[in-house]
Design a protein around this ligand. Sequence first.
Ligand code: ADP
Length: 639
Amino acid sequence: MFAYIPLEVLSTMEQKKFKTEVSELLQLIIHSLYSHKEIFLRELISNSSDALDKLKYLTLTDDNLKALAFDPRIDISFTEEGEKRTLTISDNGLGMSHDDLADNLGTIASSGTKKFLASLTDEQKKDSNLIGQFGVGFYSAFMVADKVEVTSRKAGEEEAWLWKSTGKGNYTLEEAQRDSQGTTILIHLNDEGNEYANRWQLEQLVKKYSDHIAYPIFLSYDQENYDQEKKDKDGNALKTVEHKVEQINSSSALWRRNKTELTEAEYNEFYKQSSYDTEDPLFYLHTRAEGATEYTTLFYIPAKAPFDMYYADYKPGVKLYVKRVYITDDDKELLPSYLRFVRGVIDSEDLPLNVSREILQQNRVMNAIRTASVKKILSEFKKISDQNPELYAKFIEQYNRPLKEGLYSDYANREALLELVRFKSSSEEGYVSLASYKERMTGDQKAVYYIAGGKEATLKASPLLEAYRKKGYEVLIMSDDIDDIVVGSIGTYQELPLKAINKSGAVDDLKEEGEKQETEEAKALVKKIKDALGDRVKDVVSSTRLADSPAVVVVDENDPSVQMQQLLKSMGQGDVEEIKPILEINVEDPMVKKIEGSSDEAYIEQLSSVLLDQALLAEGVMPKDPIAFTKKLHSLLSN
Ligand code: ADP
């Protein structure tokens, strides 16, 4: 803590008016940020940290300052004398000269801010979100102050200066004294600010916003001790007051340190501390970007998917910092929602401290960080899938499903995501990738085949699979409830069409060359069954891909699968127009042949109807009228 001795008001004291835009800005801040008045502390500490950064840099690069012995620190203290309370924030950073004080605190330094202010209408000025577009910084102190006194001495200079203002249009600048370089900000707290002259409040605010500032922040306070052994003359325990100075931030922004100097144990410890997980993460990635936008990211993938991953009001896991100053941990836009399981930190050099949620969403810097981060995260996943299949299997066990959501929602990264998602398969154990499927494809196969909609066991038992197996075609088993929607939206993988074998588009794929023409007999048979089933089906088609079953139901290429329709219905969306199945029949099957050979209409109707219902049953779908079904079955079996 550096004491300063203001000189008697000198004849040289200057009375200056704020530049008009400062007065205007002050009013704006006081009114619109009022509900977040505690942020003034964050802003002042951040200014101190910047000043320390600057001086540290100069002691390394400026010959005049190389000799300066300098132990960077920030000190906070407070006084309480009845109603008059003060708060002091002091640093031994670069400091400000007379002209710096006038330029920095008497005017708005950034011309962008000036233009921005000028462009606002009165209506817009009332909107607190707009204020997030520029750093309010120092001036936020006036939310909690009747008067602010800044004593500063610039590194390398002899004289110190005292800047004073009540924030009402004027400030004064006079000579002062300060033992060494740095800045001390003395805040005479107003009624709204009185609560901050309090040890617990200050500790809590520093922990919340400034814990990872690179420099130590010390709080001085008086601790009252009562000695029970010694009594005063009234018989009360003797009170002694002990003055304490305690560091209250952890001052280590782990993510700002060099990768090479960090151990895996340190990374994991930081993860567990900051995410309240008891398990080590599956893996992490630490990136520093330099150039047009400067930022650091440290992302972790938890070993277990967060419990709220499928809740609409899940808690996002990435915290945003600006220059090590904590901004928010509750912004779902920092990463796309399909990456909501990712934990960690984004720390930007270029965003304003006061950036608001609304602004973040359209902020150019934030968009650049998000886009690059997603790419980086996805390419890390790819790297792990290539280099560490065992780890990747664990990852897929937890996060396959959100990645599939990405296929649907993140068009720009679809190619990358297609390499990451995994599916079960008709011919392989465990999960397979599309790439490995493609490698296993045999000569004449021209599509990626899959079957979707339904439980894994049902799909694997589908009569349709048999014919593909015989041909040597692998079929992906897509049993995740979103597979049907997601895969339907992909269309192709590396120019190969993705075809659902239980949809109409794949019906002809197994036909041999020269077999394309449907025979007249088959046409007549199809018509017979179609007439018998009437509006219960969308269509009846014949095929040769059914080896051992008389018939299957498929749906039109763009319709949801039969199971998906049931799911929608169970979710209360069943009012939508009923989608009818297409009945695909095996003209070689003896039961179907019976229909061909008969001219008894009642018999044909019974057989056709049972043909349809048993095909639905095989898909795990109840016949529409189970009683009619059993009656018909009974009658057929009895004859
Ligand atoms: P910002 O920090 O966004 O630039 P501020 O209004 O908070 O805006 O501060 C204006 C300028 O005043 C800073 O850019 C810096 O040059 C100077 N300044 C503020 N606080 C300090 C400090 N503690 N030490 C040195 N310079 C400071």
